[in-house]
Write a protein that binds this ligand. Structure first.
Ligand code: SF4
Length: 309
């Protein structure tokens, strides 16, 4: 698959252009690019766990609901990364690329020990490439106890850690968990609260609050802001400007907090999943943004001294 077709997640996020060294390592390769079904779950299901024990294990973070994972390079953080997609999300984004990840009950049960054992196998690859793990979704903070265990275990292995989140459930992330996070990929879906509500069905403020909390932490983590650019939905000049001003404001709180902004052009590659789930896909007639529009939006971020791709 061409590097430019690599999928990004969770936000309909295939960049128009990825770095030249963007490759996917090993299987699972997904064909077509927008399908993740069955990727990387072989041999990791849990059986004979009764309902009560399962709930207890999930509450304690010993058990998680996982959609899939994949090993990628130059996406979801630096270096080669094992990205794990957790099931469950409180948002309902109109452009969601993976609506099959939204219900936690649809994921497969995976123990933290099993996932950490898999992560450990790639330790040498992570160290050689400057990579690590990324917990994505769905929404990683739907399963904070499980995420915390994975992040702690990864740090004990000396592995770089990232979470990919909308920030809507940022309050669920404990300070102890954040101590184990090196990088937050913060998906800010709109700078205007009304547009945010239209896009996601939820409120913007929790995301902004979470970002400010990250910036207020003396020891990090580093933050990459991600912005999905949808013509006619999130491309308004003032809306983009509000996100850029917000991102720049985080660097005023702690210089170097936001080290990158990624403008992610909308695409239609998740459409058939909506159809398969029988859900109403409202963006069926929306075109990807033009090159000129993407350039304009990236220039808006760069005008605030933000390194922008
Ligand atoms: S936040 Fe949730 S609903 Fe929105 S794009 Fe990501 S996974 Fe889909």
């Amino acid at each position: 698959m061409a590097a430019t077709m690599l999928r990004r997640h969770p936000c309909n996020a295939v960049p128009s252009r990825l770095p030249d060294d963007a490759v996917r390592l090993e299987v699972p390769l997904q064909a077509p690019a927008h399908r993740r079904t069955g990727a990387g779950l072989d041999g990791l299901t849990v059986s004979d766990v009764d309902h009560h024990e399962r709930l207890t294990a999930m509450r304690e973070g010993r058990l998680g609901s996982v959609h899939s994972w994949e090993l990628v390079t130059a996406v979801d953080g630096p270096g080669t990364r094992l990205t794990t997609f957790l099931s469950g999300c409180p948002l309902q984004c109109l452009y969601c690329h993976n609506p099959d990840t939204l219900a936690m009950k649809d994921g497969q049960p995976v123990t933290s020990d099993e996932l950490l054992a898999r992560i450990a196998r790639y330790t040498a690859v992570f160290h050689a490439t400057g990579g690590g793990i990324t917990l994505s979704g769905g929404e990683v903070l739907m399963q904070p106890a499980f995420a915390a265990r994975i992040l702690r275990g990864a740090k004990e292995l000396g592995i770089h850690t990232a979470i990919d989140t909308s920030g809507y459930l940022g309050a669920a992330a404990s300070d102890a968990m954040l101590d184990d996070v090196d990088l937050v990929l913060l998906d800010v879906k709109s700078g205007d609260p009304d547009t945010y509500r239209t896009v996601t069905g939820r409120e913007l403020e929790p995301t902004l609050t979470f970002g400010r909390r990250l910036a207020a932490r003396a020891e990090g983590p580093e933050v990459w802001i991600r912005y999905v650019l949808v013509p006619g939905l999130t491309d308004d000049v003032d809306n983009v400007e509000a996100v850029a001003v917000y991102a720049a404001s985080l660097n005023e709180v702690r210089p170097g907090t936001v080290t990158r902004v990624e403008v992610l052009p909308f695409h239609q590659m998740g459409r058939d999943k909506w159809d398969a789930l029988g859900r109403d896909y409202q963006l069926a007639d929306t075109e990807p943004p033009s090159v000129d529009l993407v350039d304009r939006v990236r220039a808006q971020f760069r005008a605030h001294d933000l390194l922008t791709f």
